[in-house]
Write a protein that binds this ligand. Structure first.
Ligand code: LLP
Length: 417
């Protein structure tokens, strides 16, 4: 479900024609629908009503301040993995006591920043991190609230790069080591064990892997309780998939029902870290066709957005639907939709049937709200695209297009040159 639709063959976001946005901000540009973001958040939240829970939106999927501010206003917390994401969350008004901090490689300065800020919980992913956090908290005369991240060894059946809960992955601690780590944690003076956390992967399109993982983790909680370690927060991570193409992932209600059924009558407060399911289909990337070209074996549509703007197709061969901003009656063509970057991997779609387009036409790359802008870069010295949020018949530039000056900000030429 989203609020991008056609009126008289023109694509609108809510009540704003995309042509109007492009006239103002140019291309490429990200456009988000406030109504879709809000609807997705509230739908997800509703799926867990009735049990104590906290939704910690996953900042890595979309960390624009306006997006975070919107969720803060709906009661969201934040799942962060860096000092930078903590800074963004605090700037957007997310209360620190609703922030959970995961990640395999937290630096000491980042740990201190989070301790000083008073985050709800750290998800610890190794023994050494546990020792470091105990040390930092002692130095700051604080007690660090922690969960240990367990790797439940469940196959989420998603792209290998975005599955995280198998033995071979770098994330969390295996089910045996985690018990040992909990025992050590319980003995440390500057940490307070409050939770268990895990995350099996992303773009998961079935409920079974989520349920399997939860069963494993419930066993762990029972073991911990028998050791006198009590758990108040159960952090399930994120991972619920969306429809990019023909996938039919469970609706958040179905996901919620399956989780609550598997959970039984646990007294724990649930923490959920959804990212993609909230923002994925709430955003698009608008791009302009620069040229079309007939190759010997295939046709190319060369557009002004590239892998630096949206890397998912290049990195994961991810599918993003491509729709015309203005529909025409002409035949479709089959082509590779490629960007201006000097890499063969710079494509938004391969061998795709798309509407017949000509230089100057606009295309919308759909489902680009998650891991779109946040994974963008300045490769080839391309200024990053602006982000626009639409609310009914108004639109706001929530991040300006970068300038050439922005590109060299902080660089300097040493005097010996
Ligand atoms: N919690 C943890 C600990 C995570 O590692 C992630 C995602 C999430 C929550 C949110 O997962 P979501 O609900 O969005 O699936 N760049 C990739 C996705 C990487 C996901 C990494 N972790 C992509 O573009 O598909």
């Amino acid at each position: 479900m989203h609020h991008f639709h056609y009126r008289d063959n023109h694509m609108f976001c809510e009540d704003v024609p995309l042509l109007k946005i492009v006239e103002n901000v140019g291309t490429p540009s990200y456009v988000y629908s406030h109504a879709t973001l809000r609807h997705h958040f509230l739908t997800f939240q509703k799926a867990f009503e009735g049990v104590p829970h906290l939704i910690c939106f996953s900042a890595k999927s979309n960390s624009n301040l306006a997006v975070l501010k919107l969720f803060a206003g709906l009661g969201s917390g934040l799942d962060i993995v860096s000092g930078g994401e903590l800074f963004r969350g605090l700037q957007a008004g997310i209360p620190p006591e609703r922030i959970v901090y995961s990640g395999v490689g937290k630096r000491e300065d980042e740990i201190e920043y989070a301790l000083q800020s008073g985050v709800l919980m750290f998800s610890i992913e190794s023994f050494q991190e546990l020792e470091l956090i105990n040390h930092c908290a002692g130095r700051l005369k604080k007690k660090a609230p922690i969960a240990l991240r367990v790797n439940p060894d469940v196959d989420p059946k998603t792209h290998p790069y975005i599955s995280t809960g198998l033995k071979e992955h770098k994330f969390g601690l295996d089910t045996k080591s985690v018990v040992e780590a909990y025992k050590s944690a319980a003995a440390f003076s500057h940490v307070e064990v409050i939770g268990v956390s895990y995350h099996i992967g992303s773009q998961v399109t079935e409920v079974a892997p989520f349920v399997d993982a939860l069963h494993h983790v419930k066993e762990l909680i029972t073991t911990l309780e028998s050791l006198g370690i009590s758990i108040s927060y159960l952090d399930l991570g994120g991972g619920l998939g969306i429809t990019y193409d023909r996938e039919s992932p469970p609706h958040p209600n179905e996901y919620g029902r399956a989780i609550l059924e598997a959970l039984g009558d646990s007294p724990c407060t649930l923490i959920l870290e959804p990212g993609r399911v909230i923002v994925g289909n709430a955003g698009i990337l608008v791009t302009r066709v620069l040229y079309t070209k007939r190759g010997e074996t295939k046709d190319f549509v060369i557009v002004d957005a590239a892998m630096n703007d949206l890397v998912r197709p290049s990195l994961y061969k991810a599918y993003h639907a491509i729709e015309p901003v203005v529909r025409n009656e002409k035949d479709t063509i089959r082509a590779d939709v490629v960007g201006p970057i000097c890499e063969s991997a710079d494509f938004l779609a391969k061998d795709r049937e798309i509407p017949h387009v000509e230089a100057g036409d606009l295309l919308a790359v759909m489902s680009a709200g998650a891991y779109g802008f946040t994974m963008s870069s300045n490769y080839n010295s391309r200024p990053r695209a602006p982000e626009v949020m639409v609310n009914q018949d108004q639109f706001y530039v929530v991040r300006e297009r970068e300038s050439y000056e922005d590109l060299i900000k902080g660089e300097s030429i040493p005097p010996f040159l």
